[in-house]
Design a protein around this ligand. Structure first.
Ligand code: AMP
Length: 141
């Protein structure tokens, strides 16, 4: 497996070199909106530790990402009046991974509504900002 490459997009977001619609951040993890959501409210959770995917991440860091993902999922259920949540996590190109910094997709779902294909449409920044703001408020409350 290749080594972690710190020039990936999510490493740049972590360093503040690229913008993101941030939902939650602490010393170990960051959650932000996916710019090409497969459903409204689609969020990503990443570790701050430089891990490529589930194959090289430290177990504690992975467990922490899952903890944050659970908090985001619970907030999404309320904010988007969701019927369910889909969690996805891809590993290496053959596993569907495109960005090589570990991330979990947390996607609100509604009965009978199919997911859009991956990376199909870029969402408007104002919509992503509004969704992030509502999720931040739900997490705070
Ligand atoms: P994958 O590695 O297959 O899980 O796909 C990477 C995901 O990152 C896709 O859902 C993209 O829409 C998303 N993505 C790519 N660039 C950005 C970005 N700058 N900010 C937020 N999400 C992104």
């Amino acid at each position: 497996m290749p080594h972690y490459d710190p020039s990936n997009i999510f490493a740049k977001i972590l360093r503040g070199e690229l913008p993101a619609h941030r939902i939650y951040e602490d010393g170990r993890a960051l959650a932000f909106m996916d710019i090409m959501p497969r459903a409204p409210g689609h969020a990503l959770v990443i570790p701050k530790a430089p891990a490529r995917n589930i194959l090289d991440i430290e177990t504690d860091d992975l467990a922490y990402v899952v903890q944050v993902a659970q908090r985001i999922a619970r907030a999404q259920m309320k904010v988007f009046a969701a019927d369910g949540i889909t969690v996805q996590q891809f590993n290496e190109t053959a596993g569907g991974q495109v960005v090589f910094h570990l991330h979990m997709h947390i996607i609100p779902r509604h009965e009978g509504v199919a997911l859009k294909p991956p990376q199909s449409d870029m969402e408007k920044p104002e919509i992503l900002a509004e969704h992030a703001e509502r999720l931040r408020a739900a997490l705070a409350g």
